[in-house]
Design a protein around this ligand. Structure first.
Ligand SMILES: *Cc1c(COP(=O)(O)O)cnc(C)c1O
Length: 394
């Protein structure tokens, strides 16, 4: 019986999914670094453009290497369709603006990646789209924010930077009752540990820059969901506004996917052990880690995530203590990226979340003592030693 990729285990999907070998029989995925395509005849060009003949036309619309990445990620996610984009923000922008128009209303969790918050607060209003930000874990707050014109619920879970968790199935239930769509930014959840489409979401968004590349090289993004929805809501917009992923970057991301499962699981195992170590240190006022029983939404985490996280947040009490901690790190880099094979620590209130007002930061509990750690692939004992030294200095 012929192999059905939908029966494959995750590891096989990540290695074999989407592979489209050329007649030359290369081992690795080919990079088609081409802008456009040629046709044997004028009739063929006519047919290709009209859509009656399958095939590529122009790289802004599609490219064979990009398609391999889209097919592999769709297979991993269990989605009918995937549209790759040049960055995670291009994906978030497409995912949101493709579903709303002037006069529509969005509800979003208030703990968000900074650029997502800007998109909703500063950009969407220019096109007549209003957003209400709510306390993400509080289902009643989502329900109370509903208006007759609410078209879209947007959430990120676990959320940046304090890893609070929203109930995806509960929010999808509210959306179904009011006929709205749900878009989930699944960057922190990762396709390995969390499947929002299976919990009822319409669209999943990734910054492939994070765990999917995971080796600090390229930007990329993707939106995934039902084939009809992607066709109707996004196809024309993507074609005509041009957030296309470069074929070279798609190739790097294909290679990233091959090791995604291994990396995310290993990084998560290390992070879980480090979270316990950090939580026990007297200088740590609070430690947030989705896999720990003291996480405020540990029950929701257990229901909707099959693993913890590669990220940990710790509160050291003050900005000075946080800076002393960061400056004493020798192995772990001070950097704002995450999901990378190199461990990184960031001080959100002066970097990734500095564009928020102090009041807005306090609303999401982001006081100046918080540090976000992204745990990489280094040896766990070396990381434990580095963090211990930095905490002692904090
Ligand atoms: C990084 C990130 C984005 C944006 O991705 P880019 O690839 O940097 O554009 C969006 N959402 C979340 C949760 C992120 O961490």
């Amino acid at each position: 019986m012929a192999e059905d990729p939908n029966d494959w285990e995750t590891a096989t999907r990540l290695i074999r999914g989407g592979m489209a070998r050329s007649p030359l029989g290369e081992t690795a995925e080919p990079i088609y670094l081409t802008q456009s395509f040629v046709y044997d005849t004028a009739e063929s060009a006519d047919a290709r453009f009209s859509g009656t003949e399958p095939g590529f036309v122009y790289a802004r619309f599609g490219n064979p290497t990009v398609k391999m990445f889209e097919d592999r990620l769709a297979l991993l996610e269990g989605a009918q369709a995937c549209k790759a984009t040049a960055s995670g923000m291009a994906a978030v922008h497409l995912a949101i603006t493709g579903l709303v128009g002037a006069g529509d209303h969005i509800i979003s969790g208030k703990a968000l990646f900074g650029s997502c918050r800007w998109l909703l607060n500063a950009w969407a209003p220019r096109f007549g789209v209003e957003t209400t930000l709510v306390d993400g874990p509080d289902l009643a707050a989502w329900r109370n924010a509903v208006r007759p014109n609410t078209r879209l619920l947007f959430l990120e879970t676990p959320a940046n930077p304090l890893l609070e968790i929203c109930d995806i199935a509960g929010i999808c239930q509210i959306a179904r009752e009011i006929g709205a769509r749900v878009v989930v930014d699944n960057v922190f959840g990762t396709p390995i540990f969390q499947s929002p489409l299976k919990l009822g979401a319409d669209v999943v968004v990734y910054s492939a820059t994070k765990h999917i590349d995971g080796q600090g090289r390229v930007l990329g993004g993707a939106i995934l969901g039902d084939a009809t929805l992607l066709e109707e809501a996004y196809k024309d917009m993507a074609r005509h506004t041009g957030p296309s992923l470069s074929p070279f970057n798609a190739w790097v991301l294909l290679k990233g996917l091959e090791t995604l499962d291994l990396r995310v699981r290993r990084q998560t195992d290390t992070a879980a052990a480090l979270a316990d170590q950090l939580a026990a240190h007297p200088k740590v006022r609070a430690c947030r880690y989705p896999g720990r029983p003291d996480h405020p939404q540990s029950d929701i985490a257990a229901r909707q995530m099959s693993g913890g996280s590669t990220l940990i947040a710790i509160d050291l009490g003050s900005r000075d203590a946080a800076f002393r901690f960061l400056n004493a790190l020798e192995l772990v880099d001070i950097s704002n990226n995450l999901g990378d094979s190199k461990s990184m620590a960031t001080h959100p209130s002066t970097t990734t979340h500095r564009s928020m007002t102090e009041e807005q930061r306090l609303e999401i509990g982001l006081t100046p003592g918080w540090v976000r750690l992204s745990v990489g692939l280094e040896g766990p004992r070396d990381l434990a030693r580095d963090l211990q030294r930095a905490l002692d200095a904090a």
